[in-house]
Design a binder for this molecule. Structure first.
Ligand code: GAF
Length: 375
């Protein structure tokens, strides 16, 4: 059904916010570290119209049910299911004193869910830009990202970092976004693999997420516990040169492995950014491989599908491959020579069929623009 069929009027405007894939810098954002995402050409689109009664109605294309709530009555967790995300955005805007009014919102998304490509951050950011747009309130994209993180942390209850929302708001076409969480700096790094004869494959391994929420929270707690024991505000404060001394001060063997991942991953991310700035994208490949090994062995967030996809991509000639996103399923990225990309993908498909895994699917990794108004 169209917007007019559902809400009885035409929309006042339409806005969009993309999903993302992270090149490197995994589980570093909530440690004050550095990340390097690109926005993908998949997005949440929201068509919106203002209404005068202080109520928000949300629906999504293909699911004609309308979920409605009063702005005044929202409290954390008061709306559940997918509508918790737009409700969380409304709640944060209200709590932060933004003068937003009632609205009808119809969402349409081609961001795969459960693939670790930030469908929830895209949903949140699309809601924020639509509601702020309807109210004609200008807010810096990086600030919208912080509001979206607050919605996810405090309304939905997911203890995520700031990477996904910032990618959805601040990325630009043709670039990867080097985001230093501690300093807040946002550096747009030209990213055009095809100029080097390379292709970035994003492969959804279609593994069911296994305990992803609880495991994510446990990783974050481990990092925060270790930082407290080391007397630093966040693990970013530990450099690779200080790593051995820091590890010797930690009692818990599991925490030691988590710290080793975070500290070495921040260094790999800084090195990858320097290589990309120097136009040496191919040399980033080994950093991808080391990142995957660290996420598998020290952070322990891979699953067999992710490991098989990475190992198969490398055996088939990829110059680098790693899992990307929160882990426990989702996607891998593989940097390959463009004329070998099809062979790498076929090798992964063959290996998955042999193992009895679900068939994987590939996405185009064209670096795209962050959230915007469409019309
Ligand atoms: C998820 C989280 F939402 C991000 O904040 C980040 O921690 C990521 O996992 C891991 O790098 O996408």
């Amino acid at each position: 059904m169209s917007f007019a069929d559902i809400f009885g009027t035409a929309p006042d405007g339409s806005w969009r916010a993309p999903g993302r894939v992270n090149l490197i810098g995994e589980h570093t954002d909530y440690n004050d570290g550095v990340v390097l995402p690109i926005a993908l050409p998949v997005e949440v689109v929201v068509h919106a119209s203002a209404r005068a009664d202080g109520r928000i109605a949300v629906s999504s294309v293909g699911h004609d049910a309308v979920i409605e709530f009063a702005i005044d009555e929202l409290a954390p967790h008061s709306v559940d299911g997918w509508a918790a995300y737009p409700a969380g955005a409304v709640w944060v805007l209200r709590e932060s004193g933004y003068p937003i009014g009632g609205a009808n919102l119809l969402f349409d998304s081609d961001v795969p869910t459960g693939a670790g490509l930030s469908s929830s951050a895209a949903l949140l950011c699309a809601t924020f830009v639509a509601l702020l747009g309807l109210a004609e309130v200008e807010v810096e994209p990086a600030e919208v990202a912080r509001l979206a993180q607050r919605a996810e942390n405090q309304y939905v209850g997911a203890p995520v970092g700031l990477m996904d929302q910032t990618a959805s708001m601040c990325c630009t076409a043709g670039h990867a976004l080097a985001f230093d969480i501690r300093s807040g700096s946002l550096d747009q790094i030209p990213f055009d693999p095809s100029a080097d004869g390379l292709t970035l494959l994003v492969v959804d391994v279609k593994a069911p997420h296994r305990h992803a929420d609880g495991e994510y929270a446990a990783r974050r707690q481990s990092c925060e516990r270790a930082a407290a024991q080391l007397g630093v505000p966040a693990l970013r404060s530990v450099s690779v040169d200080e790593l051995d001394a820091a590890l010797a001060k930690l009692d818990d063997e599991v925490d030691r492995r988590r710290v080793r991942h975070v500290v070495t991953e921040i260094k790999r991310t800084e090195d990858a950014i320097a290589l990309m700035k120097a136009g040496r994208l191919r040399d980033v490949g080994p950093l991808f491989n080391a990142s995957h090994a660290s996420l598998r062995d020290d952070f322990e967030i891979t699953v067999p599908e992710l490991d098989v996809a990475v190992d198969t991509a490398l055996a088939a000639g990829a110059v680098g491959a790693r899992m990307t996103g929160g882990g426990f399923g989702g996607c891998i990225i593989a940097l390959t020579a463009s004329d070998e990309a099809d062979a790498v993908l076929s090798a992964i498909e063959k290996a998955f069929a042999e193992k009895g895994f679900a068939a994987p699917s590939a996405l185009a990794a064209t670096p795209s623009d962050g959230a915007s108004r469409i019309n």
